[in-house]
Design a protein around this ligand. Structure first.
Ligand SMILES: Cc1cc2nc3c(=O)[nH]c(=O)nc-3n(C[C@H](O)[C@H](O)[C@H](O)COP(=O)(O)OP(=O)(O)OC[C@H]3O[C@@H](n4cnc5c(N)ncnc54)[C@H](O)[C@@H]3O)c2cc1C
Length: 481
């Protein structure tokens, strides 16, 4: 396989702030300290850290950090950023096609919204084969009777954590948890050659031949300098975030009319029940789902106007949302009857983020593609899920719904070029950060599609290395296997 890594002492462009850094890169799988004894490395076993040297500006507004050498922590053929539904599939497909794969995930588990987000329901998966079908089978096999009856589409998040780690380990994917990507480096040809991360091990660099952005929010692509779109209109209004939770203490038979999977009017009934008792959930279609025995999941919260890129706003909304979930559950308990013992088992560690950056790719999926049922020669999968724009604010968004819903919705293809970053080389995209407009994103974002996209991106990354071409030089219909 070709080695795109620039020669030692090469000038690389780091896009954060247009900074130019001089990088001395090491050979594959060689620790920087072995290659260059002059570089000071922290010893993680002793709890040692590399101290930051910096100077505070006279007005105390800016801290100027001194340049420092960053150890190269690893070199792989394919590096996947983000271990959610798309990222796990990308890593698995790349590894199974024969590449060495490094997966980098900021949470303490794989699965993204499936696990850290406590989602519990996989949409648009029934018509998918490959890795999606395999995972559904594993979720059903290892899961409860409900997981079994729903062919794994209603799954237990704890089972998903274990299954995803297991399949990745079996495939030889190197998994780094608790590690956030914070930068990407391109060479003079605008090819991505390295990423930077922060973790308890400090700041580290990772080299790879191909990169796949599965961060949901498009972090890798943005750091690499790719253009992107965000939200709706000039204000970049995004769909609300939601805090999901697991509940216990209710008998499924006693609350059957309120359970989403078995009662068509369940959401309406649950909202009516809450309102009759003075409870007013911020999500007006509260969704109760039965997972197994007396374990349920609930979605009953909307956080409006929160940017996925404002850590203060996310922190505040997380605290507000968690409080709302607890308040609503306490309120339900006060109703008594079948609700008298209801309790929260867990709220999600990560508030559910519906929208982040939509990275510009070599094809942009549009609302019109959905209305007309796009058929594309390089289709990586067919999406069937309808347009689903949750209210952008507490007043709803009749305007958006009216304008686009009347256009109709038909099954449409997700074209391979929508998974290839337009502005740089060597970077693929999968999951909700692929190239599409606001309305199209509201449909293709669900996880059945994210997995299929990840599988395609992972396979294409490996094949492009084997064929010594860039991903955009491949045709998906020729390589899909
Ligand atoms: C509240 C809510 C309800 C939803 N309901 C459904 C539903 O019922 N069914 C369904 O199928 N879909 C549903 N969706 C949509 C779906 O969850 C997402 O669109 C889907 O998660 C996309 O998968 P992904 O892998 O692209 O992103 P994610 O699941 O968001 O995964 C991204 C991963 O990347 C990691 N990451 C992010 N940034 C970095 C970084 N800088 N460095 C390292 N790691 C990083 C994250 O921790 C995460 O693990 C829902 C979404 C939300 C928010």
């Amino acid at each position: 396989m070709d080695t795109p890594v620039p020669s030692r002492r090469n000038f690389l462009q780091a896009t954060a702030g247009g900074l130019f850094v001089s990088a001395s890169l090491t050979s594959p799988d060689t620790k920087a300290s072995d290659a260059n004894p002059g570089i000071r490395m922290a010893n993680p076993l002793s709890g040692d850290v590399l101290r930051t040297e910096a100077e505070l500006s006279p007005d105390a507004q800016v801290l100027k950090e001194q340049p420092r050498e960053i150890p190269v922590a690893g070199k792989s053929e394919v590096l996947v950023c983000g271990g959610g539904p798309a990222g796990v599939a990308a890593a698995l497909a790349a590894a199974r096609a024969g590449a060495t794969v490094q997966l980098i995930e900021v949470a303490g588990c794989l699965g993204g919204v499936w696990t850290a987000g406590l989602l519990t329901k996989i949409l648009d998966a029934e018509n998918k084969s490959g890795i999606m079908a395999e995972l559904l089978q594993r979720f059903a096999e290892h899961g409860s009777a409900v997981a079994n009856q729903t062919n794994g589409t209603v799954y237990d998040p704890e089972v998903a954590k274990f299954v995803l780690e297991d399949v990745c380990v079996q495939a030889g994917v190197k998994i780094r948890l608790h590690t956030r990507l914070v930068g990407a480096v391109t060479d003079s040809n605008r090819r991505v050659v390295a990423v930077l991360t922060e973790s308890k091990s400090g700041r580290e660099a990772w080299l790879a031949d191909r990169f796949i952005d599965c961060s949901g929010d498009g972090d890798l692509a943005a750091h690499a300098g790719c253009r992107f779109d965000l939200g709706f209109g000039e204000d970049c209004e995004c769909q609300p975030m939601s805090m999901l939770a697991l509940l216990t203490g209710i008998d499924p038979d006693a609350v059957r009319p309120y359970i989403r999977e078995t009662a068509p009017a369940a959401k309406r009934l649950l909202l009516d029940l809450m309102e009759e008792h003075g409870l007013s959930p911020s999500y007006r279609a509260p969704t109760l789902r039965h997972l197994h025995s007396d374990i349920f999941s609930i979605m009953t919260n909307h956080e409006y106007g929160v940017s996925a890129f404002d850590a203060n706003a996310i922190s505040e909304s997380t605290i507000r949302a968690r409080r709302e979930v607890h308040d609503l559950v306490n309120g339900l308990r006060r109703i008594g009857g079948p609700w008298k013992d209801i309790a929260v088992v867990a709220t999600a560690e990560q508030i559910g983020v519906r929208e982040g950056r939509r990275i510009r790719g070599r094809y942009q999926i549009t609302a019109n593609d959905i209305a007309t049922g796009l058929k594309h020669e390089q289709s990586v999968c067919t999406a069937k899920f309808p347009i689903d724009v949750h209210a952008l604010n507490a007043h709803g968004n009749k305007e958006i719904d009216g304008a686009f819903r009347k256009g109709g919705h038909q099954p449409y293809d997700i074209p391979y070029p929508a998974l290839i970053a337009k502005d740089v080389d060597g970077l693929l995209l999968a999951g909700r950060c692929i190239s599409g407009d606001f309305i199209a994103h509201s449909s293709y974002r669900v996880t059945g599609n994210a997995v299929a996209m990840g599988e395609a991106a992972g396979r294409a990354a490996t094949v492009s290395i084997q064929q010594q071409v860039m991903p955009q030089e491949l045709r998906w219909d020729k390589i899909k296997g």
